[in-house]
Design a protein around this ligand. Structure first.
Ligand code: NAP
Ligand code: MG
Length: 499
């Protein structure tokens, strides 16, 4: 692997932040874990320890939930106007933007992603998310309802939309800051209070965000941040009897555990889970755009994207051209440490992910798939994998059926565009899909047939705070973003008065 000629140095603020002993944010105070334990977060470009972080567990989660409950029921937050809440949220968005470079560097160090990607995508999208939901704080409304069976003027009936209460939020490592923003912002807009558990691999940007939440002036206990392991801190949060709602993003497997844990007090549950998203290229597509789009659909963020276009279906007449094109795109991708200014793709997040992705590559190749690009690890330091294109696959293979969560795409030809929806839908997942064609009739007809929460036409991975995102089938329950997510953080109360 080529190393950087001129790797930019880490900002002083970032290195001093990383070097801190990181604590838990509970009730506005940075506190050690009750057990006194810490865990390490690693730099995936080197495999070395990056930072040490207090390891939250059941007792810490319990303290955090108590703080969130007090803040929700009686604290200053419970008396704040929606407009004041919105102002704090806007300020938080401004602070995230002010420290954009710091956040981008932290994210690149902790997660591995190219610094330029964190600068252009993760951090600005997170700042925008706080601003978008700052606007919603003053726009959460009920309705007045004319009763169908009563004469006019006999009753006044209306609905109130009230915050659901204390919410537990559990997030993954692929977009650590952005996933924190996706969770925290709508909950704050609704007036909820929060206990957030970041992923063990990438706790740092959530902790820095915690500092800015304090700087912005949110009252104590409104947002509590408790890093720790999923099986301990995460499980305790999902099962906690005084948590009113749990919002989770991660694997479908853990999503099912969250559901079981939530059954104890029947807390509300929303789940944003895995995917194996089809990306369909028709013969009449603008091929340059389709090839570049199909490559970025799978290779963006090292392929560690829940909606990655990991099953590429190509109409027969264009199969060779598209496979050749995307393989060339894959070969061009410079796989280097995220701090290298020439890095297009960083390492995978962890040794576990490296082993998982390499395991899938071995299984696919052993079963007869052929790699037209990539197919193996890069070097032996850090967790780098070559962007990989697999052909000669069949729909029984694990590489076609299971979420790999790495830079690996399978390419399959098809002959009849009328049948492609069946193949596209042949998965337990339904998170996203892509369609590449110049024919608007074909595009919208296929979009209607695909069972997925998002369908991109002649584009991929376009995200906006205003656009709902979430899964059909085993890709999840509910939607993030847009006004739809506010449903998860509010309860509806019907009030009916006899006049
Ligand atoms: P994961 O285990 O589902 O982790 C997601 C979050 O859930 C993390 O904060 C994790 O904590 C926590 N968690 C784990 N077990 C838990 C439990 N029993 N109760 C409560 N919370 C728990 O995902 P992963 O292990 O990081 O990655 C495995 C696979 O999941 C990936 O290869 C990929 O297929 C998929 N994934 C999907 C997404 C997505 O956006 N849909 C994101 C990440 C991963 P700790 O990690 O700190 O233990
Ligand atoms: Mg890390």
């Amino acid at each position: 692997m080529a190393t950087a000629a001129a790797t930019p140095s880490i900002d002083h603020n970032v290195s001093s932040f990383v070097a801190k002993t990181h604590k838990l944010l509970i009730n506005g105070k940075w506190t050690a874990a009750a057990s006194g334990k810490t865990f390490a977060s690693y730099n995936p470009a080197t495999g070395e320890v990056l930072a040490n972080v207090a390891e939250g567990d059941r007792e810490d989660i319990d303290r955090a939930v108590k703080a969130a409950r007090a803040a929700f029921e009686t604290g200053p937050w419970s008396k704040m106007s929606p407009s004041e809440r919105g102002r704090l949220m806007w300020k938080l968005g401004d602070l995230v933007e002010k420290y954009l470079e710091e956040f981008a560097q932290l994210e690149s160090l902790d997660n591995g992603k190219p610094l330029k990607v964190a600068r252009a995508a993760d951090v600005p999208l997170a700042a925008d998310h706080f601003r978008y939901y700052a606007g919603w704080a003053t726009k959460i409304e009920g309705n007045t309802i004319p009763l169908g069976l009563a004469p006019r003027g006999k009753f006044l009936a209306y609905t109130l939309r009230e915050p659901v209460g204390v919410v537990g939020q559990i997030i993954p490592w692929n977009f650590p800051l952005l996933m924190a923003a996706w969770k925290i912002a709508p909950a704050l807009a609704a007036g909820c209070t929060i206990v957030l558990k970041p992923a063990e691999q990438t706790p740092l940007t959530a902790l820095r965000l915690g500092e800015l939440i304090q700087e912005a002036g949110f009252p104590d206990g409104v947002v509590n941040i408790v890093p720790g392991y999923g099986e301990t801190a995460g499980a305790a949060l999902a099962a906690h009897p005084d948590v009113d709602k749990v919002a989770f993003t991660g694997s479908t497997e853990v999503g099912k555990l969250i559901l079981q844990a939530a059954a104890g007090n029947l807390k509300k549950v929303s789940l944003e889970l895995g995917g194996k998203s089809p990306n369909v290229v028709l013969d009449d597509a603008d091929m340059d755009k389709a090839i570049a789009g199909a490559a970025s659909a799978i290779f963006f963020n090292q392929g560690q994207t829940c909606c990655a276009g990991s099953r590429l279906f190509i109409e027969k007449g264009s199969f060779d051209k598209v496979v050749d094109g995307i393989s060339k795109e894959a070969d061009k991708i410079r796989v280097r440490p995220g701090f290298d200014p020439d890095s297009d793709m960083g390492p995978l997040v962890s040794e576990e992910q490296l082993n998982r992705v390499c395991g899938y590559l071995e299984s696919g190749l052993k079963e007869g798939a052929k790699a037209t690009a990539g197919g193996a690890r890069v070097g032996d330091k850090g967790y780098f994998v070559k962007p990989t294109v697999l052909v000669n696959t069949n729909d029984k293979m694990k590489v076609v059926r299971e979420e790999i969560f790495g830079p690996v795409v399978t390419a399959t030809p098809f002959s009849d565009p009328n049948d492609i929806a069946v193949a596209a839908n042949d998965t337990i997942y339904g998170l996203a899909a892509g369609i590449w064609t110049r024919d608007i009739k074909k595009a919208h007809t296929l979009a209607a047939k695909i069972k997925a929460g998002t369908v991109w036409i002649n584009c991929y991975n376009v995200f906006d705070a205003a656009l709902p995102f979430g899964g059909y089938k085993q890709s999840g329950w509910g939607r993030e973003m847009g006004h739809e997510v506010l449903e998860h953080y509010t309860e509806i109360k019907s009030v009916c008065a006899a006049l």
